[in-house]
Design a protein around this ligand. Structure first.
Ligand SMILES: [Zn+2]
Length: 514
């Protein structure tokens, strides 16, 4: 665990939000641990201890502060990328929906020994994998108590405690209060229908909400997604249930405000984890900016647009289809095609606004007559092949442990090449170093002639090349918003330059950002 004591101390005294969630402060006298932004009076330095994770503070016997609510801090940042195993393990803990499979199961999935995994966790987070999973379960329960009106028996289930008795005991032990007493402190003002929830999901500032929204708006699939009046909305389907969510910025609280409608409250943890990933809420922008600024061609862009994130996706299958549709045509064209696929093959869904359908499932698309909605024979076959691979479980977008192996399997599908694979790695796997170097928009933004040259330049941006790509795509407009539209659509129409990659996968043609 490499916490710089002086940095922590300065961040604590200035209540610096950029450090929120990167470490926690425990106060010896009160036995409470806090976020760096806690509004409570600051304790004397000699009474403070610093921990790399909430789980580490909890294991040392500290309780979460009821004022700054450590459960609301942004998630563990991607700088854990220094240990791939730990970041993958955290991802799996997030995707497993808090089920307690134990360290052995986790280690086996990661292909490492459980003792080694425990050692890595202690080194990077100061806590064992089970302590991390337990703290997350506890924090999520606290969030449900504070932010929803769910009956406590449902809270117990949704946060993975199984039975109410275990849940009550754990909450009392941690907070020295009953769940009902905690809910009373929260002073909830809004009351929503039973299947609707309102959550606040924190990020570490700065966060470029406008750019995130603009990116998603241009690619919103008609019928499934829409962006209006500063809000992103979409329909969702999970474990046989359908619903939708809506996301907007809550500037005052340095958070995104999320409104979810979904029948089964047990799915809330997974839904929220996915939304966090989709909006890249765990990112820690500071080290990314430090790295990217070292390249003079990126420095000004980073300065001009602080807090740019890599937009993720709700569903990897859906995103990959969008990427395939985006090969060689404009974003607008791809969006229109996606809309036609949805209205022909999606499941009708009635919600407010333009959300009329659930995106078609792999089972439906595996046999769909996609030529009927205007796809070329080759592209229709690529989509059907992908859908079949997902149905036959040869490809799965959840619980991906080895990204390289996953991408290699993806590239076995005719019509999917390195550009699509890297784009999927960026947006569906959340790989911060993914980089579609064959992309014409990227080559143009830097004015380099070849893929090899771009690859060489990009070495300096590692392990944050996905963020560099976002800066380069974003700066196609160079801040001149009027020129933006024309600049983007012109480059989007242009097919990918000739490369050896293209020769290898002759059917893949990439445009700028699918
Ligand atoms: Zn506090």
């Amino acid at each position: 665990m490499n916490l710089d004591w002086q940095v922590c101390s300065r961040a604590r005294l200035s209540r610096d939000p950029r450090f929120d969630g990167k470490f926690f402060i425990a106060v010896r006298g009160s036995k409470v641990y806090c976020r760096s932004i806690c509004p409570a009076p600051t304790a004397k330095e000699e009474n403070c201890r610093y921990f790399a994770s909430a789980a580490a503070a909890a294991e040392a016997g500290y309780r979460p502060c009821l004022r700054c609510r450590p459960e609301c801090s942004p998630g563990t940042p991607a700088w854990l990328g220094t240990s791939n195993t730990v970041s993958r393990a955290l991802r799996l803990i997030g995707e497993s929906g808090l089920e307690d499979g134990g360290v052995e199961v986790l280690a086996e999935r990661l292909g490492v020994g459980s003792r080694h995994l425990r050692r890595l966790f202690l080194q990077h987070l100061g806590a064992t994998p089970s302590a991390v999973a337990n703290t997350r379960r506890m924090h999520f329960a606290k969030k449900l108590i504070d932010e929803t009106g769910l009956p406590m028996s449902h809270v117990a289930q949704a946060s993975g405690f199984g039975c109410v008795r275990r849940f009550n005991a754990a909450i009392r032990k941690t907070y020295h209060r009953t769940p009902t007493q905690i809910r009373r402190i929260a002073h909830q003002k809004t009351s929503l229908p039973g299947n609707q929830y309102l959550f606040r999901l924190g990020f570490r500032p700065p966060y470029q909400w406008e750019s995130m929204l603009a990116f998603l708006a241009a690619r919103a699939t008609p019928g499934v997604e829409e962006v209006t009046e500063g809000r992103y909305r979409r329909t969702i389907s999970l474990q046989g249930d359908n619903g939708y969510f809506e996301v907007s910025l809550d500037q005052k609280h340095e958070a995104l405000s999320v409104h979810i409608q979904f029948e089964d409250s047990r799915a809330l943890f997974l839904i929220i984890e996915r939304i966090r990933r989709m909006f890249d809420l765990n990112a820690d922008w500071q080290p990314i900016a430090v790295r990217l600024r070292t390249d003079p061609s990126l420095a000004r862009r980073v300065e001009q647009i602080p807090g740019l994130r890599v937009p993720g996706c709700w569903n990897g299958f859906e995103l990959t289809i969008r990427a395939i549709l985006g090969q060689q045509i404009t974003v607008k064209g791809a969006t229109a095609l996606a809309g036609r696929i949805v209205s022909a093959f999606g499941r009708p869904f009635s919600a407010t606004g333009g959300m009329t359908h659930i995106f078609p499932s792999p089972e439906v698309l595996a046999d769909a007559n996609l030529a009927s909605v205007g796809l070329t024979t080759a592209r229709a076959e690529t989509i059907r092949a992908l859908a079949r691979a997902v149905c036959e479980r040869r490809i799965g977008f959840e619980g991906v442990v080895d990204s390289d192996a996953f991408l290699a399997r993806l590239c076995e599908i005719p019509g999917i090449g390195p550009w699509t694979a890297q784009y999927v790695a960026m947006r569906a796997l959340g790989e911060p170093d993914a980089f579609p170097s064959g992309d014409l928009g990227l080559l143009r933004a830097l004015n380099v002639d070849g893929v090899r040259e771009l690859e060489r330049r990009s070495q300096a941006w590692r392990p944050w090349r996905a963020y560099a790509a976002m800066y380069l795509w974003n700066s196609a407009s160079d801040g001149r918003s009027l020129a933006r539209k024309t600049a983007l659509s012109r480059s989007e129409k242009t097919p990918m330059v000739k490369t050896t990659a293209r020769e290898r996968t002759s059917r893949e043609r990439a445009s700028i950002v699918a």
